[in-house]
Ligand binder design. Structure first.
Ligand SMILES: C[S@@+](CC[C@H](N)C(=O)[O-])C[C@H]1O[C@@H](n2cnc3c(N)ncnc32)[C@H](O)[C@@H]1O
Length: 311
C-alpha cells in the first residue's frame, strides 16, 4: 500500500505510515485507485494544530499546511467509513475531492471496458473504433480523468437505469454533482432540453466539458450546486452522498418543477430510509427505493401544486 500519496511536494507536508488498509468499501471511491483529499478551513480563533490533531485522529495519512487551510489525505474516509462523512471534531464543513493515482488512471484508460446501463453504452476511447452500439441505444465516449462517473459504479448505473424509465424528451434536466457529466450527457441523448450540470468541484466541470466536446454534445456546465441555479426542472438528477442529499433535500425539492422527478443516489442500502424520510419531509411523494447491489437509487416526485392535495 502506498504511503506517499502527497499531491505535491511541500516543505509543510507531513506523511505518516498508514495504519493498514481498510477492507470497507468507500461509497464513492471511484473505480480507480487514489486518495481522498479533505480541504479544511481552520475556523477563526481556532488553532490549526487542534484541527490537525482531529484529522490525524480520523486516520489522515498525511497533512499539508496551507496557512488557514489544511489539506489532509485519506485512503478511505475517516475510520474507513464513507469518505465524505463528518470528520470527528471538524464536522461536515469539509470539501472533499478524489485524486486518482496517475498510474492507476492510465491503467484504467488502457484496460477499461465498455459498460451498458439504461439506454446508454459508456465506451472508453480506446474501444471507440470497435464498439458497436445497438439500435435504440446511445453511446457516450468517456474519459473520467479525475472526476467520478466512469459508469462502472452501481450508483451511476442505477441512475442511468432510472433515467431509461423516465421520459426525458423535451424535458428540462438539472444534474447536481455532474462529475464526468455522464448523467447529463445521457439526458441530452435521451432528448432532455435544456440540460444543465453543476458540480462544486471545478476539476469535475472541466472533465465534463471535455467529455461533452468529445461527444459533440452541448451541455451547460457550471461550478456550483443546486442553489446556484434558478428555475424549476422537470427532472433533477442527484448522485451525491447521504448527508449531502439530506442537507440539500429542501433545495432539490425547490428546484424540481411541480409534477417533476428527482432521481437520487449515492446512498448505501442501510441509509436508504434516512434519505427517503428527508425527501418526504422536503415535500416529495411516491418515493421509490430501488436497490442496486449495496446501493440504492431513490426516485421521487414533487406533487403538482394543488392537484394532489400535497403541493
Ligand atoms: C458521486 S459523484 C457523481 C458523478 C456522476 N453524476 C455520476 O452519477 O457518476 C458526485 C459529484 O458531486 C459533486 N458534489 C459533491 N457535493 C456537491 C454539492 N453539494 N453540490 C454539487 N455537487 C456536489 C462531487 O464533486 C462529485 O463530482
Amino acid at each position: 500500500m502506498t504511503t506517499d500519496p502527497a499531491p505535491a511536494e511541500s516543505s509543510s507536508t507531513q506523511v505518516r505510515p498508514a495504519d493498514g488498509p481498510s477492507d470497507q468499501a468507500s461509497p464513492h471511491t471511484p473505480d480507480v485507485a487514489g486518495h481522498w483529499i479533505a480541504i479544511v478551513a481552520v475556523p477563526p480563533g481556532e488553532d490549526a494544530e487542534v484541527v490537525a490533531a482531529h484529522l490525524w485522529q480520523a486516520g489522515a495519512l498525511g497533512l499539508r499546511d496551507r496557512g488557514r487551510e489544511l489539506e489532509a489525505w485519506f485512503e478511505r474516509g475517516p475510520d474507513g467509513s464513507d469518505p465524505t462523512e463528518a470528520v470527528p471534531g471538524i464536522g461536515t464543513d469539509v470539501a472533499w475531492r478524489f485524486e486518482p493515482t496517475v498510474d492507476h488512471l492510465e491503467a484504467w484508460r488502457r484496460s477499461a471496458t465498455p459498460v451498458a446501463a439504461g439506454l446508454i453504452d459508456i465506451v472508453p476511447h480506446h474501444h471507440a473504433g470497435v464498439h458497436d452500439t445497438a439500435p435504440g441505444r446511445h453511446r457516450i465516449l468517456l474519459d473520467p480523468g479525475q472526476a467520478f462517473g466512469s459508469g462502472h459504479h452501481a450508483t451511476t448505473a442505477g441512475c442511468l437505469d432510472a433515467m431509461a424509465d423516465a421520459d426525458l424528451a423535451g424535458r428540462s434536466v438539472l444534474d447536481v454533482g455532474t462529475g464526468t457529466g455522464v448523467l447529463a450527457m445521457a439526458a441530452v441523448l435521451q432528448g432532455g432540453d435544456p440540460v444543465v450540470g453543476v458540480d462544486t468541484d471545478p476539476e469535475a466541470v472541466s472533465v465534463a466539458g471535455r467529455n461533452a466536446a468529445d461527444n459533440d454534445l452541448h451541455l451547460d456546465l457550471r461550478v456550483g450546486s443546486v442553489s446556484d441555479v434558478d428555475g424549476h426542472w422537470d427532472v433533477v438528477l442527484a448522485n451525491l452522498l447521504t448527508h449531502t442529499l439530506v442537507a440539500l433535500a429542501g433545495d432539490l425539492h425547490a428546484a424540481t418543477a411541480p409534477g417533476g422527478l428527482l432521481i437520487a443516489s449515492g446512498v448505501g442500502t442501510p441509509r436508504a430510509g434516512t434519505v427517503a424520510d428527508a425527501l418526504a419531509t422536503a415535500g416529495y411523494v411516491d418515493v421509490d427505493v430501488r436497490t442496486h447491489g449495496d446501493w440504492v437509487v431513490l426516485i421521487a416526485r414533487r406533487p403538482r401544486d394543488g392537484t394532489d392535495g400535497t403541493g
